[in-house]
Design a protein around this ligand. Structure first.
Ligand code: ZN
Length: 483
């Protein structure tokens, strides 16, 4: 019955959208319009989402991930792995939270609840079902308190990391809205691409590093309101600081800005970013955004990717710094452009980002690392992991297609989602040859850019090229390979 009703509405919507967007132009993007005000450790936010229903079903509710609520007192899932607790909370464990103040649609209050397995979801009941190809606008007013935590969202001595500063629509797949739990290992994200218009109001002495393209700055006494936009992004992030210096490079046609506060030779990080973008554009396809911010910040792991912005940890050893820049830059192709459910199949983007690093070293001999050396040491590391796990647990699960919640910890996750895929991709490359291998990755990028891919989609690309790789991939995915 819903199908029939929706078919009828499709005709109406197409008719009206032609009138609205101009002949032949049908805008199917979901739009986020977000304004936040940052003062001290509080964020007051207003987010309006103009949701476009590109599913085949009528929807009576919308669900949003409240990632920032993972830092609250009493959370069931710690957002920080036990091994990083003391590093992440240098001043002792403390908490933040995300509170929803109101949810409205065109001025009318909507019913909502904060739910999910760990108060991680905002569920909003729509006044009327939104049919396929129809739009609905929902406004959420909210408050975030930032914890003093060295994480993706947190306030620290030098910087304020502002990822996940708004409710983000859950990705919708064949099972409906996918609710992300903020697991401490891996990146617990899964979202669809949308267009963003975001403004941040804060003390005018702060410098803002942003996912978006700068649009305007309005000074308001001691405050500044800065507006950005970004299209085709699966999230949006800021890092702000009153200590940032910056350098800019436009040689690739993309405005690359490196923000830092403690770097004796900032050109090294910039060169790594510029060289990565040049090589990955040649090997995989065009960089997806007009700008790119590489941001030094307080961060427990090496780095973290967001659309057009990456966080690079200030506590990295000098030798590892450029490599992390390369890895996070590769994520602009593998995760931000070609997305995937990072909770269920994190190896897809992590494996490709890490193999892109190997490709980087292969093409830039000045870094003195060869592909053969890295693969050899990856195999050694992986074999050690297998024997350690075998001794500890009597067996070792080497399957790659499993969720974050099925890993025992970071050591296992790194070996299965980063190192093993590198061995897999290098084996594939040796089997089908360099030309087919990179042609396949280019096709994968072209076909799934701004969409979400599954492991079988990657396999399908090589199969469509006439390469009999199904058995090869599946033996690795299922842990039946012999390395
Ligand atoms: Zn990564």
């Amino acid at each position: 019955m819903k199908k029939i009703a929706s078919l009828f509405l499709v005709v109406l919507t197409v008719f009206f959208s032609f009138g609205f967007y101009g002949c032949g132009e049908k805008d199917t993007a979901t739009l986020y319009d977000i304004s936040i005000k940052l003062s001290d450790k509080r964020i007051e936010g207003v987010m309006t989402i103009d949701f476009y229903n590109d599913t085949d079903n009528a929807l009576g509710e919308l669900k949003f991930n409240l990632h920032a609520n993972a830092f609250r007192n009493g959370a069931k899932y710690s957002p920080i792995s036990s091994q990083y607790l003391s590093k992440a909370y240098p001043n002792g464990i403390n908490y933040g939270e995300m509170l929803i103040n109101s949810v409205t649609s065109n001025g009318e209050n909507l019913e909502y609840s904060v739910c999910g397995v760990d108060e991680n979801i905002l569920s909003v009941a729509l006044a009327n079902e939104v049919f396929p190809e129809e739009r609905v606008s929902v406004t959420v007013c909210y408050t975030i308190t930032l914890a003093n935590v060295v994480a993706r969202t947190g306030i620290n001595e030098h910087t304020i990391n502002l990822a996940n500063f708004y409710p983000i629509l859950c990705a919708i797949d064949e099972n409906g809205f996918y609710e992300c739990v903020y697991y401490s290992s891996g990146d617990p994200y899964y979202s669809e691409c949308a267009d963003y218009n975001v403004s941040i109001t804060l003390d005018k002495d702060y410098t803002v590093a942003s996912s978006g393209k700068f649009i305007k700055r309005e000074n308001q006494g001691t405050l500044a309101k800065i507006t950005y936009e970004l299209k085709n992004a699966r999230s949006f992030a800021f890092v702000v600081s009153d200590k940032f210096e910056s350098i800019t490079d436009n040689s690739t046609g993309i405005e690359i800005i490196y923000y830092f506060y403690e770097d004796e030779n900032p050109l090294l990080a910039m060169q790594a970013a510029v060289k990565s973008i040049k090589l990955f554009e040649e090997k995989f396809g065009e960089y997806p955004y007009p700008t790119y911010s590489v941001v030094q910040t307080e961060f427990v792991q090496g780095g973290m990717e967001f659309p057009a912005l990456v966080m690079i940890s200030d506590s990295l050893e000098k030798e590892a710094y450029a490599e992390v820049v390369v890895h996070e830059t590769a994520h602009q192709w593998w995760q931000t452009a070609v997305g995937n459910n990072e909770i269920e199949s994190g190896f897809l983007d992590e494996g490709l980002a890490e193999y892109s690093v190997i490709t980087f070293y292969e093409y830039y001999p000045e870094y003195n690392l060869t592909r053969e050396q890295i693969i050899e040491s990856s195999e050694k590391t992986y074999k050690t992991f297998c024997s350690v796990y075998d001794k500890l647990f009597g067996e070792v699960d080497t399957s790659m297609t499993r969720g974050l919640y099925e890993f025992k910890g970071e050591y296992e996750y790194v070996n299965i989602a980063y190192i093993k895929p590198c061995i897999m991709f290098d084996n594939l490359r040796k089997t089908i040859g360099d030309e087919s291998f990179f042609k396949g990755l280019k096709k994968y990028y072209e076909e799934y850019k701004f969409k979400n891919a599954k492991p079988d989609d990657l396999v399908g690309i090589f199969e469509k090229m006439g390469k009999d790789t199904n058995g090869f991939f599946n033996s690795f995915f299922e842990g039946k390979d012999i390395i």
